[in-house]
Design a protein around this ligand. Structure first.
Ligand code: AMP
Length: 415
């Protein structure tokens, strides 16, 4: 299932054999985890020993537990009185959703340990965060911008940080956080442990890593196999005007219950959610223009099964962690092929099988071609009877946000 390319070959095979603290093993058994995932088997012993780590792993591999478990362990072996405003572990994430999820993991795995965790992100009131930091926390999970606001207000003091984690570092760079990250690195104590997790390794990531990791150990779970092998993928060719009707048809005829649907634009997400609701399928949209509360509410309604469809843009969907999400639909293909891998990575997580459907019109053939080249395989194409594309329709450039960018690499906003 996974390709392993690692420096250290370990023959430890259970959480107990790895030597995690009893309190952590207890919490893991409450979570129902029986065996470590490959990234956990490799990363946990190295992090426990205090090494810096350069880890190649995308969401769905169990990477979050891969760093939270050993960090909880390390702190549990060296419990210190909590000091106001001085956390010991700093975990940086690109999005609020991911920050909240990582903090939830730290709390869940650490529930029998005496640590406190603060989750810090923008878009919500700053004062509760200031109060919480003042009372003292051990772990801070933060997005970079709000953390720097708090640093500037002297609400947090990073001089006692023992371990820094950059989670989804590639996403952080994509979102334009490099200057914020460098500012944060500059105020951290020199002697510390550093962990960098990233799904991809561009030159930019490599140069960032080279700048602050000290003799890092490398751990990698190759990503191309995970998505391809765990998720059944299919393309349904269809004319763009008929996509909405085909989506409704697929959801109702197959009685799909929990479907994450991707569009390229926020406007498209809103419109589609409204149209699905009019068609009798409960749906909400989640994207960057919505308030944090509206996003959290939409996500929890979706997780609880109160709505069947969540329509999301790529940025809003980053870090969404839903156990057993069975279906992902690409209502529109992403123009950045890596986004396809991230999208379908929302399903087929932690060993579960998932289904990824892509509705592809003639204008998107180049996007499809680029995705297949990245995956190094062709995605099977199945025409749904009654939805055959009209051969007389000619391809047109795809509207990407504000500009026409038929060959653009990315339409992501910088922040
Ligand atoms: P992540 O890659 O960190 O986003 O984790 C993906 C999912 O796998 C999450 O829902 C975790 O709760 C779950 N998970 C992580 N580690 C394990 C494990 N060892 N056994 C079962 N599920 C796990």
């Amino acid at each position: 299932m996974y390709d392993l390319m690692t420096e250290t070959v370990t023959n430890l095979s259970s959480f107990a054999e790895i030597g995690l603290a009893r309190e952590i093993l207890h919490a893991l058994s409450d979570e129902g985890y029986t065996d470590p995932t490959p990234i956990q088997l490799q990363a946990i012993p190295l992090v426990m020993q205090g090494f810096d780590l350069l880890a190649g792993a995308q969401t769905g591999t169990g990477k979050t537990a891969g760093f939270t478990l050993p960090l909880l362990h390390r702190l549990s072996q060296n419990i210190k009185p909590r000091k106001p405003k001085q956390p010991r572990v700093l975990i940086l994430t690109p999005t609020r959703e991911l920050a909240a999820q990582v903090a939830d993991s730290v709390k869940a795995y650490g529930k029998y340990l005496p640590f406190k965790t603060a989750v810090i992100f923008g878009g919500v009131g700053i004062h509760p965060q200031i109060d919480q930091l003042k009372k003292g926390v051990d772990f801070v999970v933060a997005t970079p911008g709000r953390l720097l606001d708090l640093v500037d207000q002297h609400a947090v003091d990073l001089s006692e940080i023992e371990t820094l984690v950059l989670d989804e570092a590639d996403r952080m760079l994509d979102m334009g956080f490099i200057r914020d990250i460098r500012r944060i690195l500059a105020i951290l104590p020199k002697a510390r442990q550093n962990l960098l997790f990233s799904a991809t390794f561009s030159d930019e990531i490599k140069s960032l890593a080279a700048g602050f990791l000290q003799k890092p150990k490398t751990v990698e779970v190759a990503r191309h196999n995970t998505a391809a092998e765990l998720v059944s993928q299919v393309v349904h060719p269809v004319d763009s005007k008929r996509k909405k009707s085909l989506l409704l048809h697929l959801i109702t005829s197959q009685n799909l219950k929990q479907v994450l649907v991707f569009t390229r634009t926020k406007h498209g997400a809103n419109r589609l959610a409204e149209q699905l609701a009019l068609g009798g399928v409960s749906a909400l949209a989640i994207h960057g223009n919505k308030s944090q509360n509206a996003r959290t509410k939409a996500l929890s309604d979706f997780k609880e099964g109160k709505i069947r469809v969540l329509v999301a843009t790529d940025i809003a969907a980053r870090g969404i962690d839903i156990d057993y999400l069975p279906h992902v639909v690409n209502y529109e293909l992403p123009n950045v092929p890596e986004d396809y891998v991230h999208r379908i990575g929302r399903t087929g997580r932690a060993g579960n099988t998932g289904q990824a459907l892509s509705l592809v019109c003639i204008d998107e053939h180049e996007f499809l071609h680029n995705i297949e080249r990245l995956l190094k395989k062709k995605i099977p194409s199945v025409t749904v009877p009654g939805y055959e594309p009209d051969p007389s329709i000619k391809a047109e450039p795809v509207f990407l946000g504000r500009r026409f960018q038929p060959k653009a690499r990315s339409n992501r906003p910088k922040r």
